[in-house]
Write a protein that binds this ligand. Structure first.
Ligand SMILES: NC(=O)c1ccc[n+]([C@@H]2O[C@H](COP(=O)([O-])OP(=O)(O)OC[C@H]3O[C@@H](n4cnc5c(N)ncnc54)[C@H](OP(=O)(O)O)[C@@H]3O)[C@@H](O)[C@H]2O)c1
Length: 340
């Protein structure tokens, strides 16, 4: 299974993962613990992605053949007042990684992006070919993530343009994996609902934002499969099948937790749907967060070991059952649509 991974990484040139302590970073740690592949995980303390010189020094030190960038400025509301920092981490940092890949390592860059690059320009799910933005309708977080995508694409496309417009395959590659509503080892919407369910009798939750929740563990596994394949460079929407609203997701989480044999002490008796306009938040959020995953599924089907594609419900169910038996890590995340 890891033949390509062996080819693209050796002891001198490991897989380098930024964002060690994030939800996706932790999920990647679990994935790689089962693989005999040289890998280095770095957190903010080892390399601050807001510091370009530090990134360059780190890349020169480890000389990775594969970079997985799971680090990001993810504070959606805080980004409104920290625009420069959000752009440094989410746009400039990935640009430096892309330059290193195309000019030095000729390997693979995996980078994560988000449904927040779209601003309700469609009623149906977004394709990878849909134009993102418009910029003035996006949150600062969305703008910074879009700038990161553009920087990566531009760097790779410039390097790969052979002059006659023909794209050269099997040279360095990039995967921009757009995903949405991620839950894993860390603070997220599901953890917050479970915690509040033990404290409150009533919650009001936004019901007019539609998208799908994505397991960090599954996303990490899909990332490894992408690296370990000949799938071509590009943007891919890596989300499970189905769609829901935050309100429906909360109800599903509570129903699942109530049915769990371990059980949790649930005080919550009432979940009320509210509109986004009735819920004041600093940053703009898209109403339509649906990402069309057909391109990703097609790419996966070219890999010999394709398994059945997941529906969001089965993954959330498994996560909730695991969560009620394992206390969540402490932490806070802003903007997760719960008012009490
Ligand atoms: N969470 C979601 O719902 C969601 C949805 C769509 C897309 N995504 C994308 O998916 C990716 C992973 O998200 P996630 O949920 O795993 O995020 P997360 O849990 O918030 O983790 C982000 C990580 O980035 C690190 N980081 C932040 N600033 C840094 C800096 N200056 N230098 C180095 N590291 C820094 C953080 O380090 P510390 O631990 O030190 O703070 C943290 O470990 C991101 O690209 C995100 O944009 C996430």
């Amino acid at each position: 299974m890891v033949d390509n991974l062996y080819q693209v990484s050796d002891k001198a040139k490991p897989v380098l993962v930024f964002g060690r302590n994030g939800q996706v970073g932790r999920a990647l740690q679990r994935c790689f613990s089962n693989l005999d592949v040289p890998v280095v995980f770095l957190g903010r303390a080892e390399c601050d992605l807001a510091n370009e010189d530090e990134i360059i020094k780190t890349l020169n030190l480890y000389q990775p053949q594969v970079i997985i960038n799971a680090a990001a400025y993810t504070g959606v509301d805080n980004a409104e007042s920290e625009r420069e920092l959000a752009f440094a981490i989410n746009a400039k940092g990935p640009a430096v990684m892309a330059h290193y890949m195309v000019n030095v390592a000729h390997g693979i860059l995996v980078h994560y992006s988000t449904d927040y690059v779209f601003a309700d320009t469609k009623q149906t799910s977004y394709l990878e070919t849909d134009i993102a933005g418009p910029l003035d309708q996006l949150s600062v977080y969305g703008q910074s993530k879009l700038a990161g995508e553009e920087a990566i694409k531009k760097t790779f496309n410039l390097a790969h343009d052979s002059g006659d417009g023909k794209y050269q395959e099997n040279f360095s590659r990039y995967f921009i994996l757009r995903t949405s509503w991620v839950y894993g080892d860390g603070e997220n919407f599901i953890q917050k609902i479970l915690r509040l369910a033990g404290e409150q009798t009533q919650l009001k939750i936004v019901n007019d934002q539609i998208g799908v929740s994505t397991s960090a563990q599954w996303l990490a596994e899909m990332s490894v499969k992408m690296i370990d394949s000949n799938i071509e460079s590009g943007i891919y929407h890596v989300v499970p099948d189905g769609e829901t609203s935050w309100y429906e997701l909360a109800r599903f989480v509570i129903e699942t937790a109530s049915r769990s044999s371990e059980g949790i002490d649930i005080k919550l008796t009432n979940i009320l749907p509210v509109a986004t306009v009735d819920y004041s938040m600093l940053a703009k959020r898209p109403h339509n967060s649906r990402l069309n995953n057909v391109k990703f599924k097609k790419a996966l089907s070219k890999i010999a070991f394709v398994e059945q594609y997941p529906q969001w419900q089965e993954q959330v169910k498994a996560y909730v059952k695991e969560s009620v038996t394992t206390p969540p890590r402490a932490g806070e995340v802003d903007g997760i649509y719960v008012c009490q």
